[in-house]
Design a protein around this ligand. Structure first.
Ligand code: DLL
Length: 433
């Protein structure tokens, strides 16, 4: 179901709305946020230079470190009395980044998350169990409000404690599961251990996000849980979940373009790329009051498309994210994303779906070791069976990706399970990309 008419707005109307909002955002950011004003002054750009949507490329870009350097409220455009909520994302090192929402920001976020759920087929008759962490992470609260807005009943169980999750799912008759795909996989394993069959549950829709998963992983999840697996995308800096979402045509994720203006740039040169070309996704927020973002570099690699979608929505779609530019490995000159390795591993019988990629630098080159769990630990007892399996995986990776990697097979349950996002890449490289 299309939740908000903005999702099917005529293109010219949308473009003109975006331009009005862009001008307003740039103007406010220039006036209220010294960080943006200084950056714009440095390159001689003023708000009145923004006369068309293309002019967004005149503006300076913003990166995660800018938010970190401004910790905690440096990029806020509103006084604290107007802020009604904080969230933050931890990142890997140093201070977290902090974002603040005004009352209007909360309303916008709620509406965007309702669009996510409605597009996946959620209605007021559903019971949605949220297995994202609540707290400073945006995942739990965002989708929570969206489901409530639609009239679905929310089970705010939060992440972890899988046995309790499954008990509620069974006893409440949960129909919608909200989680990271990694956690869903883990839940499916606990189901097996506890002999809970998918027919014991009433699940019908998955609203999965916070990290990507490959089509192969999607098929596995759908089979184990008997659901339709939909993906949605977002990031703390922009609003959390609710930035983009799949409809049931599965042609990519529709972007809430009335609130977020997307661009694709070449991650090396920073030059804007046309629709259809793969590059780094950049967003400018169009309505956010608490902490507007001007040309925020997401590091997520994808493509945009404005081809019409059979669902009737007219907003631009982004392809499922291929990976993050900082997770990309260059193995003997070949660019490799973890998602490509995942796709290959999922086609091999007897292993997975739990894996880790250990990247090191050797003689200035990235070197990759693929560690993957066996389904049946008894195979470790047979040297020849192991040799065959290792050979098969290495061969498949070589023929699909053209690279040689080291394969290490692990006992089942060796890799740590997570209630949040999986850490697939262990990066020991001297220089990170
Ligand atoms: O993960 C917000 C979110 C929560 C979105 C729940 C959807 C559902 P952060 O913790 O700031 O925010 O992480 C943002 O996660 O830049 C992507 O690299 C990755 N990511 C999020 N959703 C997807 C997805 C939340 N569907 C970072 N596919 C982003 C691929 C995703 N990557």
């Amino acid at each position: 179901m299309i939740w908000n008419p903005a999702e099917k707005m005529a293109r010219d109307e949308m473009l003109s709305l975006q331009l009005d909002r862009l001008k307003q955002t740039v103007d406010t950011s220039y006036r209220e946020v010294p960080f943006y004003r200084q950056k714009m002054e440095k390159i001689g750009v003023r708000p009145e230079h923004i006369q068309s949507l293309k002019d967004v490329s005149l503006l300076p870009m913003t990166v995660k470190d800018d938010l970190r350097d401004g910790y905690p409220f440096g990029l806020f455009a509103r006084p604290l009395k107007d802020i009604v909520r904080f969230h933050s994302s931890s990142g890997t090192t140093g201070k977290p980044i902090v974002v603040g929402y005004t009352r209007d920001d909360m309303a916008m976020w709620t509406d965007c998350c309702a669009r996510v759920a409605a597009a996946a087929g959620v209605t007021e008759n559903d019971i949605g169990q949220i297995a994202f962490g609540y707290g400073m992470f945006t995942g739990g609260f965002g989708i929570h409000y969206g489901l409530e807005q639609i009239g679905a009943a929310v089970v705010p169980v939060s992440s972890g404690n899988s046995e309790r999750q499954l008990m509620f799912m069974k006893d409440f008759g949960t129909t919608v599961l909200v989680a990271t795909p990694s956690y869903v996989l883990h839940l499916s394993e606990v189901m097996r251990e506890q002999d809970i069959k998918r027919s014991d549950l009433k699940l019908r829709i998955g609203l999965f996000g916070g990290e990507g998963h490959t089509p192969e992983m999607r098929s596995l999840i759908e089979e184990r849980l008997g659901i339709v697996d939909t993906q949605n995308y977002g990031l703390t800096e922009i609003c959390g979940p609710g930035v983009s979402y799949e409809c049931l045509s599965f042609q990519g994720m529709h972007i809430n373009e009335d609130h977020f203006l997307p661009e694709i740039i070449d991650p090396d040169s920073g030059e804007p790329l046309p629709y259809g070309e793969e590059g780094e996704l950049v967003f400018t927020t169009l309505t956010k009051q608490g902490i507007p973002m001007i040309r925020y570099r997401t590091k997520d690699i994808t493509r945009l498309s404005d081809e019409p979608c059979s669902c009737g929505r007219t907003n631009v779609r982004m392809e499922l994210v291929r990976g993050r530019s900082d997770d990309m490995m260059i193995i003997r000159g070949v660019n490799v994303f973890p998602s490509q390795i995942e796709s290959v591993l999922m086609t091999v019988q007897g292993i997975g779906p739990h894996y880790q990629l250990v990247v090191t630098t050797e003689a200035y080159m990235d070197k990759l070791e693929v560690q993957v769990e066996l389904v049946d630990g008894h195979r470790l007892e047979s040297y020849s069976a192991l040799e065959n399996l290792t050979g098969e995986i290495r061969h498949k990776i070589r023929s699909v990706l053209g690279i040689d990697v080291k394969i290490t097979l692990l006992n089942p349950q060796t890799i740590e399970r997570t209630a949040g996002k999986a850490k697939h890449v262990i990066d020991h490289r001297d220089k990170k990309f």
